[in-house]
Structures are given as structure tokens and as C-alpha cells.
Design a protein around this ligand. Structure first.
Ligand SMILES: NC(=O)c1ccc[n+]([C@@H]2O[C@H](COP(=O)([O-])OP(=O)(O)OC[C@H]3O[C@@H](n4cnc5c(N)ncnc54)[C@H](O)[C@@H]3O)[C@@H](O)[C@H]2O)c1
Length: 318
């Protein structure tokens, strides 16, 4: 199979590239390296089955040409700085919604009909039903990032209806593992490198989210793609339970081998405007198809992923 991955040099995309290459597929990674890194995928550069295109999704002609001959598009590229975009709605509109429209149009021009999309649990907003299942509504996201993900899902649904596309849409929990480009662990690690005595935590520390180890995330996406054949295949991709931010702070401190760190909570129930305080996902739909993550609880997934991240960060200069 020939796979095209937008954002394939990023955190999740590079793990997806590894897996698809290991299975003998042809892979094109299309990434502007705004956050991703060449080093994350350069182990594949010597393979004739791998192609790397450094370009932006807003460059439509380049996108259309690069996509030629692909069977399936994995669309992962998006803005990942949701704290910054909370102050500037244009970021997610452009780097989420408009780039997704460009991807769908490039697919249409190339007669490619299968898209896998990385959405997020944030589309549920502050859900009153927990754990939240895929059929929950009304969907009222509270962040521009979430609004953009929901808009992308909606546009994809219309392409499925009007142009006979098939879509696999995954609403992720928080993903953890090697090669992080952003997120709470990297944030705490950076702060503690600067000041190993005090760690400032955004919010009250009681925010809690489900976590998925990155190899499980890739495995779940491929499992759904191979085992679900509706026109629109919509799944939560998560784990049971959640991890609290205050516990994440303790885990990072411990993994860094630090002692006597004073943890200071900035206060308020959210980390930033648009941060959903409490998330629990109903993950039974994908699991009912037979998928089993290696780390089925958030606690197990987080511990495994955080250990890998900190090992990774220790080898870099932050
Ligand atoms: N990491 C998580 O916890 C999480 C949770 C929910 C959803 N997601 C979604 O999964 C996807 C992948 O996330 P990730 O954590 O790997 O993020 P990431 O930032 O590491 O990867 C995104 C990649 O896209 C590239 N990119 C961004 N804008 C681009 C553009 N206009 N043109 C070309 N390339 C561009 C970046 O350089 C980066 O390599 C994203 O869509 C994200 O919203 C991630």
C-alpha cells in the first residue's frame, strides 16, 4: 500500500511512519517541520519506499503533486500549540480547518478516497456524560483547537457523502511516548531543568485526562482502518480512567531523580482558557472490534510513555 502522511515528521506521525515502513509499505511524509524534526524519520531516507517532502499544506500545487498515486491519506498535521491558539483563533482556523480542506481537495484531484484523521476528545467540550462515547451530543467544544477538529470532522463527513470518500476519524486521548514535540511532560521537564527547586503547575492540579501510549495509538488507528468498513468510521482512541496533573508533576519529578521540589499551583480549575478540566472516554467501540491496547489504563499508559519521554529529553539539550 502507498500511504501519504501529513505531519509525518511529528511525534505521532514519525511512529506511524516507522510502523508502516516496518510492514513493507510505501510511505510519503509531507511536513513543514514547524514542529516535527527530520531526525525523527531520517532512518528511512535510504529506503526507496520512503519519500520526504518538506512543504506546507497551504502550498496546494505541491501537495497535490506529492500525493499522486497514494492509496490512503493519514492527515495528522495540525497546530499543536493550543495555549497560544487560545489567544488567536486564526491559528486553528488556518492550520486546522483550512489545511484539512486543502488535503481533501488534493485527494479529490488525485481520486484518492480514503482518509484517516486524528481528531481529539476536545470535540466533546465539557461533556455532562462520562465516560463519553462517540454518539454523545451536542458537541460544543470550548477551545478553538476543538472547534477546528469538529469542523474538520464535519467537512470530512460531507466529502464522504458527496464524493464517496471513506473516513476513519479517531478522537484521541492524550498521547505519550518517545519523540515528544509538546505537552505536559516536556513542559514540566523544561521548567525543572531551569529551576529544580520549584515547579509551577497550571490550574489547580486536579485536571484529569486519559492517556494512550504512542505505539498503542498507532496500533489502534491501523486496527480500526483494517477492521471497520463503514463510510465514516468514528472511534474514541483512549484508555480507561485518567491521570491527574498533580500526579504527573510527581511522576516527572521522580523520573528526573529530583527531591524536595516545591509544587506551586497557579490556581483556577483550568490550565488555560479552553482546557477541559475532566475527561473520561468510553473506549468500548474500538475494543468491541477486538482491539486491545498494550497499556489499557491511563495510569499504565502514562507511566510507560513518560519514562520514554524523559529518557529522550535527557539526551537533548533543553
Ligand atoms: N499528541 C496528542 O496528545 C494528541 C491528542 C489529540 C489529537 N492529536 C492530534 O494528532 C495529530 C498529531 O499530533 P502530534 O502530537 O504528533 O503533533 P506534532 O505537532 O508532533 O505533529 C504535527 C506535525 O505536523 C506538522 N505540520 C503542522 N502544520 C503543518 C502544515 N501547515 N503543513 C505541513 N506540516 C505541518 C508539524 O511540523 C508536525 O511535524 C494532530 O492532528 C493532533 O491535533 C494529538
Amino acid at each position: 500500500m502507498r500511504f501519504f502522511i501529513t505531519g509525518g515528521a511529528g511525534f505521532i506521525g514519525s511512529h506511524l511512519s516507522d510502523r508502516l515502513m516496518a510492514e513493507g509499505n510505501e510511505v510519503t511524509v509531507y511536513d513543514n517541520l514547524s514542529l516535527g524534526k527530520k531526525e525523527f524519520v531520517e532512518r528511512h531516507f535510504s529506503s526507496p519506499k520512503f519519500k520526504f517532502v518538506q512543504a506546507d499544506l497551504l502550498e496546494f500545487d505541491k501537495l497535490k503533486t506529492s500525493m499522486e498515486g497514494s492509496d490512503v491519506v493519514f492527515h495528522l498535521a495540525a497546530n499543536s500549540d493550543i495555549i497560544k491558539s487560545a489567544k488567536n483563533p486564526k491559528i486553528d482556523l488556518e492550520q486546522g480547518t483550512i489545511v484539512t480542506y486543502k488535503v481533501l481537495e488534493a485527494m479529490r484531484a488525485n481520486n484518492i478516497k480514503k482518509i484517516v484523521f486524528t481528531s481529539s476528545n476536545v470535540v466533546y467540550g465539557e461533556a455532562v456524560k462520562s465516560p463519553t462515547a462517540e454518539d454523545y451530543g451536542p458537541l460544543l467544544p470550548i477551545s478553538f483547537y476543538g472547534a477546528s477538529k469538529l469542523a474538520c470532522e464535519a467537512v470530512m463527513g460531507a466529502y464522504c457523502h458527496n464524493f464517496e470518500f471513506n473516513a476513519w476519524i479517531y478522537r484521541f486521548g492524550n498521547i505519550v511516548g518517545k519523540r515528544p514535540t509538546h505537552g505536559v511532560v516536556i513542559d514540566f521537564y523544561g521548567k525543572l531543568k531551569k529551576n529544580p527547586l520549584v515547579l509551577e503547575v497550571l490550574g489547580d492540579g486536579n485536571q484529569s485526562k486519559p492517556y494512550v501510549e504512542v505505539h498503542d495509538c498507532v496500533d489502534g488507528m491501523l486496527f480500526g482502518l483494517n477492521n471497520s468498513h463503514e463510510q465514516i468510521n468514528l472511534f474514541n482512541l483512549g484508555t480507561t480512567g485518567a491521570v491527574y496533573v498533580k500526579d504527573i508533576a510527581d511522576i516527572v519529578v521522580k523520573e528526573m531523580g529530583l527531591k524536595n521540589v516545591k509544587i506551586k499551583f497557579a490556581g483556577g480549575v483550568r490550565g488555560w482558557p479552553g482546557d477541559v478540566h475532566t475527561v473520561r472516554l468510553d473506549v468500548s467501540k474500538l475494543e468491541s472490534l477486538g482491539w486491545k491496547p498494550k497499556y489499557p489504563t491511563s495510569r499504565e499508559a502514562f507511566s510507560a510513555g513518560a519514562k520514554d519521554i524523559i529518557e529522550d529529553l535527557k539526551t537533548q539539550d533543553l
